[in-house]
Design a protein around this ligand. Structure first.
Ligand SMILES: Cc1ncc(COP(=O)(O)O)c(C=O)c1O
Length: 377
C-alpha cells in the first residue's frame, strides 16, 4: 500500500524523439575531454568537506511503476550549497586562478551559479563581484554577500546583469566566470561542465553492478545535461537512453533539436523551475546534446509542488528527500511516461529498466520550499 495515488493526472506538454540521434563517445569526448573530466574529479575530491552525495533508491516508486530500479542522485547534500552547481563555478574559479593567484572574479547570476563562484572565491581568498538583476530576491543576494562577494544589483533582467558584468569586467580587468558559453568564450564554461561530471563519477561508484538503462536530465542552458552525457561517455561501458526534460515555457533544447540548429525561445511566462527557465542553449552543451539526446520532454509547472511533497514525505523511498523545484521534473517525466502505454513502450521502460534521476538541488530557497510543499493540490 502506498500513500500516494498515480491515478491523479501526471502529465507533460510535449514528447519528441530526436531524428538525428547517434551517441558517439569519441565525438563527445572531443568536446569535453577525458583530461578535463579526470582533472575535475582529482581536484574536487580533495576539497575540504568533499563527500559523494547520496544515490537514493526510490524503491516505493519502482514497485508502483513496475521498474527494476530508480536511482535518485541527491544533490541537496552537495557541500553546504545544496545544489550540483557547487561543483561548477567554484571549480572554474580554482582552474583560472591557477594561472594567476591575484585575480578578481566576476559573474552574472540568477542565484545558484553565483553562490558557487562566491564560495569558490572565498575558499581561495579571491575578491568576487556578483551581478544580479533587480528581479533576483534579496535573500539570494544576501547568501552571496555572506560568502564575501560584492553583490551589484542591475536594473532589468538577467541579460542586463550579464551585459553590466561584461562591461565592468573589461574596464577593471576582472575575470568573468560564466556557466554559459558564447563565441570566443568557451574555456571557462567548459570548466564548469567538467566540475559537474563529478556526479557521474560518483554514480558509477555507487551503482555497483547495475547498468543504467535510462537517464532523465533537466536542462536550463544545457550545461548539466551536456556534462552528464560526457560523464556517460567517459565512465560507462553501456549507453543509456538519454532524455532531456525542460519547462514548456523554456524548452530551448527541444526546439533546437527539432530544428537541428540553436533556436532562441522568447520566454513569456517564467517557470517555477527557475534554474531551468532559460531561452537559449549554450554553445558547448549544444554540440554535445544535438545528437546524443534520444528524447525530449517538456512539462508544465502543475505537478511540481505535489512531487516535492511526495519526495519529502517518503512516499517514493524509505527516507524523505528534500527536493527543490528543479529537482522534480525527472520524477514527473518518468511517472508520466509510464502512465502512457505507447510512450512507455517506445522508451522501452519496463521491469528490467534501471532509471537514473538527478535531484539537482535541495531547499536552496528555504522560504519557497516551505511554501510549495505546504500548497494544497
Ligand atoms: C538549480 C538549477 N539551476 C540550473 C539548472 C539547469 O542547469 P543548466 O543551466 O546547466 O542546464 C538546474 C537543473 O537543471 C538546476 O537544478
Amino acid at each position: 500500500m502506498t500513500n500516494f495515488s498515480l491515478e491523479n493526472l501526471w502529465k507533460y506538454s510535449e514528447f519528441f524523439e530526436n531524428k538525428n540521434y547517434s551517441f558517439d563517445k569519441k565525438q563527445i569526448l572531443d568536446l569535453l575531454s577525458k583530461k578535463d573530466i579526470n582533472e575535475a574529479y582529482s581536484s574536487i575530491s580533495k576539497w575540504e568537506g568533499y563527500q559523494p552525495t547520496p544515490l537514493i533508491e526510490l524503491n516505493k516508486l519502482c514497485m508502483e511503476l513496475n521498474i527494476n530500479k530508480i536511482f535518485y542522485k541527491d544533490e541537496s547534500k552537495r557541500f553546504k550549497l545544496k545544489s550540483f552547481k557547487a561543483l561548477g563555478g567554484a571549480y572554474a574559479v580554482e582552474r583560472i586562478s591557477k594561472e594567476n593567484e591575484s585575480i578578481v572574479v566576476a559573474t552574472a547570476t540568477a542565484g545558484n551559479h553565483g553562490r558557487s563562484v562566491a564560495w569558490g572565491a572565498q575558499r581561495l581568498g579571491l575578491k568576487c563581484k556578483i551581478f544580479i538583476s533587480e528581479f533576483v530576491s534579496d535573500a539570494r543576494g544576501n547568501v552571496m554577500a555572506d560568502l564575501g562577494a560584492d553583490v551589484i544589483k542591475v536594473k532589468g533582467n538577467y541579460e542586463s546583469s550579464l551585459t553590466e558584468c561584461i562591461n565592468q569586467s573589461n574596464k577593471n580587468n576582472w575575470q568573468i566566470v560564466q556557466d554559459v558559453a558564447w563565441k570566443n568564450y568557451i574555456t571557462v564554461p567548459k570548466y564548469t561542465m567538467a566540475g559537474y561530471t563529478v556526479m557521474m563519477k560518483e554514480i558509477v561508484n555507487q551503482i555497483d553492478q547495475n547498468k543504467i538503462s535510462h537517464i532523465f536530465l533537466q536542462a536550463g542552458v544545457g550545461g548539466m545535461a551536456g556534462a552528464m552525457i560526457a560523464g556517460i561517455a567517459n565512465y560507462l561501458d553501456n549507453i543509456p537512453i538519454t532524455i532531456i526534460v525542460e519547462p514548456d515555457s523554456a524548452a530551448c533544447v527541444m526546439e533546437s533539436i527539432k530544428a537541428n540548429e540553436i533556436k532562441k525561445i522568447n520566454i513569456i511566462r517564467e517557470s517555477l523551475m527557475g534554474g531551468m527557465s532559460c531561452g537559449e542553449v549554450s554553445l558547448v552543451p549544444w554540440q554535445i546534446l544535438k545528437n546524443s539526446v534520444k528524447y525530449c520532454i517538456s512539462l508544465p509547472d502543475d505537478n511540481i509542488p505535489k512531487t516535492m511533497r511526495l519526495l519529502g514525505n517518503a512516499s517514493f523511498s524509505n527516507e524523505g528527500i528534500i527536493a527543490g523545484e528543479n529537482s522534480v521534473p525527472g520524477v514527473i517525466s518518468l511517472v508520466a511516461s509510464c502512465k502512457n502505454k505507447k510512450i512507455k513502450d517506445q522508451m522501452k521502460l519496463d521491469s528490467n529498466s534501471n532509471v537514473l534521476l538527478i535531484g539537482c538541488e535541495g531547499d536552496t530557497d528555504e522560504e519557497m520550499y516551505q511554501k510549495l510543499i505546504s500548497q494544497l493540490d
